[in-house]
Design a protein around this ligand. Structure first.
Ligand SMILES: Cc1cc2nc3c(=O)[nH]c(=O)nc-3n(C[C@H](O)[C@H](O)[C@H](O)COP(=O)(O)OP(=O)(O)OC[C@H]3O[C@@H](n4cnc5c(N)ncnc54)[C@H](O)[C@@H]3O)c2cc1C
Length: 376
């Protein structure tokens, strides 16, 4: 039977689900977004591995303008002094049509918005009240409009407001004692790195990731460093600690960057209402150290879509079991990466470097550590 679905939030998770529902045509749906527009001018990068490209290809992602994306063939691992330790072949996880892809987040949003923008997104909407009515969910928004739906999908990010209306148990995101800064670089870097690959530089209490985001030689630059306060008074004092480890990095830390604290979801908790589901960061917010946040948002949307259209069994419990199993794997690896990327003792760094060099060459290890995530 035709269902009516309200998707709260137009990030990568919400837009992916909406695209599948649009293509399927069997259900009515609307995205309710709190902001007044989509962030289409935002230049920051994301990495998508084969697991999410496979799903996006069902939405014709392979037809995207190839100038706007990049397929890095490898990951080069350096210490913060720019000495190369080893490299990892990323092509091993690719198939002909599903390649490790880097791009601007806005390029992905632009692609996902195309079919649904005019008819299926309402901006400036925040839930004010929810109630049960005739076996459905009645949602009131703060502009006094409303909707009566069969399913509500919370796709409103790590600080999900949807949860506060439907869940008694809090699952507030936890600050992970780390801050990220990001910018897009448009010029030659002056670092001894191969700009066509993903470069990871591991330092004391910090790491950097640099990768191309299109064929226009633009690069995404992200530096993550440990810090106990989520909103430091003077971020430049912290950045000096990175520059102290490699003075060549000074030029990247001028005013022109964006910074934000890193949070993660402490627990994976099922929805307590069988008409309400959470996808993307609203279900599982990870540390970005496995670059899987967007990829898992896409996966979660796709899994839920398939359950909704097939309508077989207890959708809620099947979704939760499958999704939490997958999320636990990603969370464990993201947390472990976070730990090993930031070691502060010189001695521990030496041991780490030895093991990283050793393990990167072990096919069976790489297959179980990354292959299980990238080739789902
Ligand atoms: C430093 C950093 C680097 C990252 N790098 C990568 C990477 O390389 N690869 C990768 O896969 N992932 C990466 N991620 C993670 C990735 O960006 C997120 O996991 C992903 O964007 C989550 O998508 P989402 O749709 O679930 O949530 P969001 O993108 O947060 O979208 C939520 C949407 O809901 C809206 N909203 C919020 N509240 C409400 C409300 N009350 N009512 C209505 N709408 C609301 C928001 O405005 C937004 O549009 C990174 C994250 C960080 C912090």
């Amino acid at each position: 039977m035709k269902k009516k679905i309200a998707i709260i939030g137009s990030g990568i998770a919400g837009l992916t689900l909406a695209n599948f529902l649009y293509k399927n045509k069997n259900h009515d749906f609307m995205i309710y977004e709190k902001n007044d527009s989509l962030p289409l001018d935002e230049g920051y990068g994301i990495q998508l591995s084969a697991n999410s490209i496979k799903i996006l290809n069902e939405l014709n992602f392979s037809k995207i303008n190839s100038e706007k994306i990049y397929h890095p063939k490898g990951l080069d691992i350096y210490n913060i002094q720019n000495k190369k330790l080893c490299d990892l072949d990323l092509v091993q996880f690719n198939t002909n049509n599903e390649k490790y892809t880097t791009l601007q987040r806005s390029t992905l949003i632009e692609f996902l918005k195309d079919d649904i923008y005019n008819q299926h997104i309402r901006f400036g909407k925040r839930i004010k009240e929810v109630s049960e009515l005739k076996g459905k969910v009645f949602i009131k928004f703060d502009d006094n409009t409303n909707d009566l739906v069969d399913y509500v999908i919370g796709a409103d990010g790590i600080f999900s407001n949807t949860r506060t209306f439907f869940e008694k148990k809090k699952n507030a995101p936890v600050f992970k004692n780390a801050i990220a800064i990001r910018k897009t670089l448009k010029s030659k870097l002056g670092l001894a790195i191969d700009q066509s690959k993903v470069s990871l530089m591991m330092g004391k209490n910090c790491h950097l990731v640099i990768y191309p985001i299109n064929k226009n030689e633009e690069l995404n630059f992200v530096c993550i460093f440990r810090h106990k306060i989520s909103h430091p008074d003077n971020i430049n004092i912290l950045l000096e600690k990175v520059v102290d480890q490699n003075s060549n990095l000074k030029k990247f830390f001028n005013e022109d960057f964006k910074s934000w604290p890193l949070y993660a979801t402490p627990k994976l908790i099922p929805s307590t209402n069988n008409k309400v589901f959470y996808i993307g960061d609203a279900f599982h917010g990870f540390l970005p150290t496995l670059a899987q946040g967007a990829g898992q948002s896409i996966e979660s949307a796709y899994e839920l879509f398939n359950l909704i259209i097939n309508e077989r069994g207890d959708i809620q419990s099947i979704y939760f079991q499958k999704r939490s199993k997958r999320a636990k794997i990603v969370r464990r690896r993201s947390n472990l990466n976070f730990f090993i990327f930031h070691l502060s003792s010189k001695f521990m760094q030496k041991i780490r470097d030895f093991f990283v060099k050793f393990l990167v060459k072990r096919k069976s290890f790489i297959n179980s550590y990354l292959g299980t995530v990238y080739k789902n």
